[in-house]
Write a protein of this length. Sequence first.
Length: 457
Amino acid sequence: MLLKPDFIPNLGISGVAVREHSKVRVTINTPSSEVRITPVPQLAMKEGLTFEDVECSDATLTVLWNALTPPRSGDPNYSQALFRQLSSFVAVLLGTAITDAFCAALPASAVQDVSLLPHDIDVVLGKENLAGLLRIHAKCRENGLLQAITRGPHDLSVVCEPCDRKLVSAVIAKWETETQLAPLRDECVSEALAKIFLTLRAVTDNPERRKKYPYAKRLHVGLPYNALYDLLVNKRSMRLSPSDVSFALDVCIDHGQVVPKIVRINQTWIRAFYAGEGVDGETLKQLGLQFSKAYRAFREDKNTRPLTGYDIYKLGASLKSALDWLPISTKSYTFGAVCVVGQEELPEWLTKGDRPLLATAKGDYEANPDYVFQPNLNFSSPVRPTWTPQQKRDFHDAFLYTAHAFQRLDRAIANDAKLLLSTCRTHLDAYDAFACEAHSWCWHSSHLHSLAFRHLA
């Protein structure tokens, strides 16, 4: 859930401000009857702030803060360490306030225990600061300190989001030369965000920059929320709210496509975002890349015809039956199973924007015989291939077996036969079924000219 800035406890620290998009992740573990709360406050800290400069408006909180172990003076990562310490300090206070609200809303007998889980804190701040934050949590719960803080006037202003304009300009310029990296209006938000971070990696970690800046300092950059929102809404004309971007960013972080980083932009330290290790692993982009390769290989055979819309539906259903790990799904329709990607049907998804196929006509796939698909020869995938060799081999085998089977059907009864074939569990079953039916048809055709393919089950 997103929090308004004035929901954060008012600490009154000079040089520290609350930003938009602070949030709390609530996880309900039903088997263990646990509710776990992870506060993620968004702060901004001025350059040059020291541990000793931190003075809260409440004297008791200042004493509790000073009991923590400060970052080592002279450490080149001093500011990042202090920022993490401040964020954890505020997160404990915020988490305590929220758990108190949870407890007040529940019957007293329903709450057995409230505790601060130590694992993540130990890794980030060390054992001494873990012990200090545990004491702060206990102190706040026992004397009602937070009630006095949160009731007071909130005088922390929301800072103007800093922006690395040079970095943003480099991203936009990259889209001019490598159009496959540019987000499209019809893409889902997480897809569009992932493409921004693909571009960000391309402009900061390319061979030229590695040669010019061999040290990792070149990667100490990131884009904050406001820059991401501006790139999508104002530069790519996507209709989104700030909350859409915030929640989609969480999805990208969970998938390893994006990593949060503490970076300095101008004279302000904030939590911004950079490309993660899994950014090329975006499942739908990988599907588009392999679909393009498979269809091009299929059409290289001069004896093949372009696939129709009906072919794509049934091909997708067969692929999903054979390879359940594909990021597509099926749904029932009047002519059997059809394939969908998110909220779009597969033929529509494959032909939008910079997708791998081109439709030669528009209209109903059954009523319009010209409604067929060709490979988009200008298609260029924004991601590098990450499927394993086995995944690629399985996908291409399934695609080619099924597509070739569809081609060998008598056109008069082809759609009925494709409906039968697409109900097989694997592409090998579909291929064997086709071979059996074709053999039966050939054997009977000279004797029973009126016999239809669909009667030879």
